[in-house]
Design a binder for this molecule. Sequence first.
Ligand code: GDG
Length: 456
Amino acid sequence: MARILVVSNRVAPLAEGQVATGGLAVGVLDALKEVGGIWMGWSGEIARESGTPRAEQGSGGLSLITWPLSQYDYDTFYRGFANSVLWPVFHFRTDLLHYRDEDYEGYKRVNRIFAEQLRRVAQPDDLIWVHDYHFLPLAQHCRELGMQQKFGLFLHIPFPSDQVFRTIPHHADLARAMAAFDLIGLQTNDDLLAMRDYYERHLGASTSHDTVVLNGKATRMGVYPIGVCPEDIQSLSREHRNSRELIKLKSGLQHRRLIISVDRLDYSKGLVERFRGFECLLDTRPKFRGHVSFVQIAPPSRADVHGYRNLRRTLEQTAGRINGRWTELSWTPIRYMNRSFDRPTLMSFFRASQVGLVTSLRDGMNLVAKEYVAAQPEDDPGVLVLSEFAGAAHELAEGALLINPYDTAGMARTLHTALDMESSERKHRHEIMMDVLRKNSLAAWRERFMDDLKGV
Ligand code: GDG
């Protein structure tokens, strides 16, 4: 059987007790644990020079190869081009685009370092599965080194419309380099159409439903919505329903109803809009004052990247203002925590809450939405309130209550509906969503992508 080599910027920690946050880490770790393989990426360390690799053996045939980056490579590749150009633009935030030539050079240089590491390890029959926007030109650099293996890229984030993509300096070079992959996987059909449209209109590629041909080289494209392991989440949340953290949470709630949100602290997640939506609920519907609490868990992320510090400040101010306005001696409306919890605890929090609130302004998929649904008790499930701009809305539209995060009053109205929803309707909606989660599970995502990569 062909080995799988996975490449992503960060690899998940293998050691017990360490928390893997972020959809890519959680999704890939679960997928690789099942089949084994080698996962390669940045170790998270800064060293004098980029590139001395270290290998680590995990359980179940999974091993990691990681290496450090130099401060300059980290600044230009990671903070610079990847997270100050590609991340904002792919999330339609051209106002946050911050481009410098040296960052683009750093991005390409680090991609070449990754290509060299890959060449050292890869065997001729390996399937190489590359993840995300950090490595758009990786396959091209590998081809330049003579590598002939099959290369697949999965893009975890949205692909923007053509006018937005063109705001990236060197967009055509990037897109030409991406065509060196044999298969490109996207989260939704909208992303696929946007990408195909760009190739057709701007690079003159000939396209069919699932293939782009550029200069005689064909690249397949497909939609592979990333999923979760619903059974694992169900049992995790059930087994930890008496955990210490959950008991603490419940004693603070004193039988009040709970709205919960969990996100990396990122401007794409619509956190400020969400706080305003909850404020509007309290403002316009007095019956909820003192009776509903909102818990926001938001582990900090990319704190050293332009745009993220301001977000943290704005959120603290907004939560402070809302709490200042409404808090009573025995009730705090918003509990806003900049910390992470272990996965079982998080799933038990989901299970104990009546509403899961996801308000992304743009999101490739949003695994939290799927985890929230999977963690619910079947006999008394909570309601998922979900942004129509999260990829997950493509699959969960029938069971979730969809919102537009820019519509504050609409969000409050929908929260009201969710909090008052009868048990029979909640169960019905939950069943519909569970069917989707079982069908589009994480295993199905991995198998479909790998089968297609083998077949190209
Ligand atoms: C990218 C795309 C796409 C969060 N806080 C804690 C914690 N998490 C876990 C969640 C979930 C993951 O991190 C977050 O995944 P999302 O999908 O919601 O978002 P991104 O990190 O932006 O992921 C996204 C994803 O890739 C996969 O393709 O869906 O659109 O942006 O699993 O549970 N986990 C723990 N403690 C926390 O405090 N243990």
